[in-house]
Design a protein around this ligand. Structure first.
Ligand code: ADP
Ligand code: MG
Length: 617
């Protein structure tokens, strides 16, 4: 029987395997399950509680939406982000699922009509905010309807250890006793074990299936480059992502504004986002990004929570992230749709003193120590030559077994190693001869033979090392200092005067008993292509036309473009060029509801394009 399974026709409480697969194809348009999805769906269908930790983009929604479609009754989803509810409901409705949400953004009339739909058993999915859930009259309402299952999305909000604890969530501890006959499920992308245990303890699930997915994101590439000239580097990176959506993270509001203005002046569609902007402007900029009306959002870390946009193709950290966890979360916003996406960080040791300065202003001693520890880990992550993926997964207690991930700057060998022992000796000797009292800028001025006031005042132009390195650029010397710092051959004094000083490892280098190697990125070979298998072979001009059509239809229906079709669906259309409805259904993400709603205009466009370009078909 085609179409969304009609609840009345399900006579057995446990639909067969073929029912599950048919729904996966017919309603969601997916060819296969992602890891862990099938196991979770089956557990829910058999009435079991579930607790699942899966990374962003892992496909948590499907795990409960599919059972919600198949099981009789309504699935209640408790979700903390009002801003996300509408998008999720729009996306479910686009697949023909009977979905609605209840929150304070609805008018009283709208709320009554949702309640009416709930009471007449005509909803598969109902999203509610946690504060509403704990209200007595809402509980009474739930007593009158049949609940297929309950879902706690973003379940880490129940934990004080989590990064966004919500007191409202504590009331969800009673969920299990309130729903003795329905499965209760909880989902989160927060990876730390401490939070995971806390959630389980608070929710008191009944013999739950516990799933902890791998945190590897195979469609993301990780690339860390030396930061030299941020603006020029950003412009050059963005050239490779023309027309794609991405986020650039910066630490200060000022640098957010400046970078956004700089990009705009180069003709790039970019908007700023930070907590200092007026509420209205901030909302508009976020909305423009979600609706593909701006390509780039330049933001502080205030941006990202409550963004489900699936077609973010790149996330650039133009400044050092606060911690590895932050980095993972922020980069995790790229490529939710499973399409190849890039995570690029621009890193310079020269940024560290500024971050240190901010950390020093933290008054709470515990907090300060924590921040410092987190910073040290990020620095080491960015400066070592170990596979980025391995280091990230290791941080979450996961062992990455492959020797070469094939999609980070280290594994792709896009770096070259050069022997810099002689140059290192020049620097070390300049540091030693000036009694370890000067910072990087002054040391570089000495070896490059600058004759400014400070150099003359100290008589440093009379040193043996003055000017010995004048045939190499200042940038080279800055990099070498970065490298010596990273290799712990030298260190930088903490506090107000960041003077460089020698560490034990400097002695054998100075004596010529140890070599120093410097790793440099070969820019031209920087990674572009992730390791996952995907078709590069698609018609780009058709893809652009499909994107424009998607935008037009999305605007007509007042939904974000990715709700109509994902980037992946469009790319498959531009590769497969379906000519009829049946071929269209073979495209990933095209289910029956989307076919009947959007199939015709897209098929018409593809056919027209094929007629106009017969040689490319
Ligand atoms: P999460 O909530 O875990 O971050 P979502 O549920 O928002 O992830 O899913 C992320 C993206 O993956 C969505 O665009 C969704 O349509 C897609 N997706 C989910 N499951 C599958 C699947 N089995 N096959 C293909 N795409 C999928
Ligand atoms: Mg989600």
């Amino acid at each position: 029987m085609p179409g969304t399974p009609d609840k009345e026709t399900i006579t057995t409480p446990l639909p067969s395997d073929s029912h599950i697969i048919k729904t996966l194809h017919g309603v969601f348009g997916f060819r296969s399950f992602r890891p862990n999805q099938e196991e979770i769906v089956r557990a829910i269908m058999s009435g079991r509680d579930v607790f699942a930790v899966m990374p962003t983009g892992g496909g948590k929604s499907l795990c409960y939406q599919l059972p919600a479609v198949l099981l009789p009754g309504t699935c209640i989803v408790i979700s903390p982000l009002i801003s996300l509810m509408k998008d999720q409901v729009d996306a479910a409705q686009a697949n023909g699922i009977r979905a609605a949400y209840l929150n304070s953004s609805l008018s009283p009339q709208e709320q009554s009509s949702v309640i009416e739909a709930l009471l007449s058993n005509s909803l598969d999915l109902l999203y509610v905010a946690p504060e509403r859930f704990s209200l007595d009259h809402f509980q009474e309402l739930l007593n009158q309807v049949s609940i297929s299952l309950a879902v706690i999305d973003e379940a880490h909000c129940i934990s004080e250890w989590g990064h966004d604890f919500r007191p409202d969530y504590l009331s969800l501890s009673d969920l299990v006793s309130l729903l003795p006959n329905s499965p209760v499920t909880a989902f989160t992308a927060t990876a730390t074990l401490k939070v995971q245990e806390d959630i389980l303890r608070k929710l008191r699930l009944r013999n739950p299936l516990i799933v902890r997915a791998s945190f590897d994101r195979p469609n993301l590439t990780y690339d860390i480059r030396f930061k030299e000239n941020t603006s020029a580097q950003l412009v050059s990176i963005l050239k490779g992502f023309k027309g794609s959506a991405g986020i650039i993270y910066r630490t200060s509001r000022k640098s957010v504004n400046e970078t956004a203005a700089m990009l705009q002046s180069k003709g790039i569609r970019a908007l700023p986002y930070h907590a200092g902007l007026e509420g209205e402007e901030r909302k508009q900029n976020q909305e423009a990004f979600i609706r593909d009306e701006t390509d780039v959002i330049v933001a502080t870390i205030a941006f990202g929570m409550g963004i489900d946009k699936s077609n973010i193709r790149f996330v650039i950290h133009a400044d050092l992230p606060k911690s590895i966890e932050n980095y993972y979360q922020e980069t995790g916003r790229a490529g939710r749709d499973g399409e190849p996406s890039a995570c690029i960080m621009l890193f310079s040791q020269a940024d560290i003193p500024r971050v240190r300065f901010f950390i020093d202003t933290i008054t709470d001693e515990d907090e300060r120590t924590k921040a410092l520890g987190a910073l040290k880990k990020v620095i080491s992550f960015a400066s070592t030559t170990v596979c980025r993926r391995k280091t990230l997964l290791d941080y979450f207690g996961e062992t990455y077994l492959a020797d070469n991930c094939g999609s980070c700057d280290i594994c792709l060998g896009s770096r070259e190693v050069t022997d810099c022992t002689v140059e290192a000796q020049m620097l070390l000797s300049a540091i030693a001869r000036t009694e370890e009292r000067f910072g990087a800028t002054h040391i570089v001025d000495i070896v490059t033979g600058i004759k400014n006031k400070k150099i003359r005042d100290f008589g440093h132009d009379r040193l043996k090392t003055w000017g010995v390195g004048k045939d190499r650029s200042k940038t080279f010397w800055r990099h070498l200092i970065d490298e010596l710092l990273a290799q712990k051959i030298i260190a930088r004094a903490e506090g107000l005067y960041p003077a460089l000083y020698l560490l034990e490892k400097a002695v054998p280098v100075l004596k010529g008993n140890a070599n120093v190697e410097m790793i440099r990125v070969k820019e031209e070979k920087s990674i572009k292509k992730p390791a996952i298998d995907h078709t590069e072979d698609y018609d780009r001009s058709l893809f652009d036309l499909l994107r424009a059509l998607r935008k037009e239809l999305a605007d007509e229906q007042n939904v974000p473009p990715y709700v109509v079709f994902s980037d992946r669906s469009l790319r498959e259309m531009a590769a497969m060029k379906p000519q009829n409805e049946e071929e269209m259904l073979a495209v990933n993400g095209v289910g029956k509801a989307k076919l009947s709603r959007y199939g015709k205009p897209f098929l018409d466009l593809i056919r027209r394009h094929c007629n106009e370009h017969p040689d490319e078909t």
